[in-house]
Design a binder for this molecule. Structure first.
Ligand SMILES: [Zn+2]
Ligand SMILES: [Zn+2]
Length: 68
């Protein structure tokens, strides 16, 4: 499947440095781990994935109907 990196949206109660970089697949508003990343902007594609859940799901279809 094809995945794309996306950062976690800025959250007021999240300290700098705790932002995670997620992956998304068919739905650019929803990370593989289930985080809503609709407000996030694109990040560099060579960034490291820091969300371990997304990293773990990278090779899995995002949904039963995933065609990516
Ligand atoms: Zn994630
Ligand atoms: Zn997908």
């Amino acid at each position: 499947m094809t995945t794309t990196l996306a950062p976690t949206p800025a959250q007021p109660d999240t300290a700098p440095g705790e932002r995670l970089d997620h992956l998304y697949c068919c739905n650019p508003d929803l990370a593989l781990c289930g985080t809503d990343i609709g407000d996030a902007s694109e990040i560099a594609p060579d960034s490291d994935i820091t969300c371990i859940v997304c990293a773990d799901l990278e090779d899995e279809p995002c949904s039963p109907g995933c065609s990516a």
